[in-house]
Design a protein around this ligand. Sequence first.
Ligand SMILES: C=Cc1c(C(=O)O)[nH]c(=O)[nH]c1=O
Length: 311
Amino acid sequence: TTLKTTLAGYKFDNCMMNAAGIRCATVTDLAGLRDSRAGSLVTKSATPQPRDGNPEPRMRGLQYGCINSMGLPNHGFDYYLNFLLEEQKSHPQQTNFMSIAGTTLEDDLSMLKQIQESAFAGLTELNLSCPNVPGKPQVGYDFDAVERYLTAVFAFFKKPLGVKLPPYFDLMHFDQITAILNQYPLAFVNSINSVGNGLMIDPESETVLIKPKGGFGGIGGAYIKPTALANVRALAQRLNPGIAIIGTGGVQNGMDIFEHILCGASMVQVGTQLGFEGPKIFNRLSQELTRIMAAKGYDSIADFRGKLKTL
Ligand SMILES: C=Cc1c(C(=O)O)[nH]c(=O)[nH]c1=O
């Protein structure tokens, strides 16, 4: 039984990795992921300059997940690109991802131009779904903007690139977004980001839990698995076969990873639960998934990827 996977022609020893934003903001965090059983790593979404992000408290663990309105705190584009370039020299056997989340199209294009001209040989994840920058809409919910962004990006960007999408909740929206995405040479689509603008309350103090945006924040964890699986499945049913899918959302155990792959994912990312358990979680998840596959008689994830049955 092997957990190996391939995505956009790149080989990974393990079909699981971190989700952008969780335990990946510093070199120490990123080295911890590299030294774990994860098959790859993705950096915290970068902006051209370092950002402090939103005022605290801005993230809280919840009974079945978490709520966050971090506001894109990060050490800036150069910090993460430099880490990834060092990694290519010191650990050439692992392919990594760089996530970028400019607050304007110009910022995204300037970062992509630098990636294009750099020696970075990994994959780029263009985050179109940050729900927590006050005053900035999620690009992924503005279909014309998605088209405008991708046309501008693919006018010059030739390295492997995918997009991180917000969750959609209407079948027509799945039709519309995939009709757009299928027009571009995307290496992958990563679905989903947190479910935006949820609200959790402390009924004792009758107060919201986080400070930014009056308490509104992205929801992650077990709460969002049904939405995540639906989005992975709907995209897999509609995207060109050449566009791989990364499944993200609601993963707590090996069975959750199995379910994401059954829906069509070639790689599965772990966010909230990684935040709670740390990188050692990939030992547990790998063991659990291996046991599930062995019990079902599957040698590789290709044996069951996308093979969800309907009634
Ligand atoms: C990149 C910003 C994001 C953030 C954030 O930095 O607030 N939180 C999320 O749940 N998803 C994001 O994409």
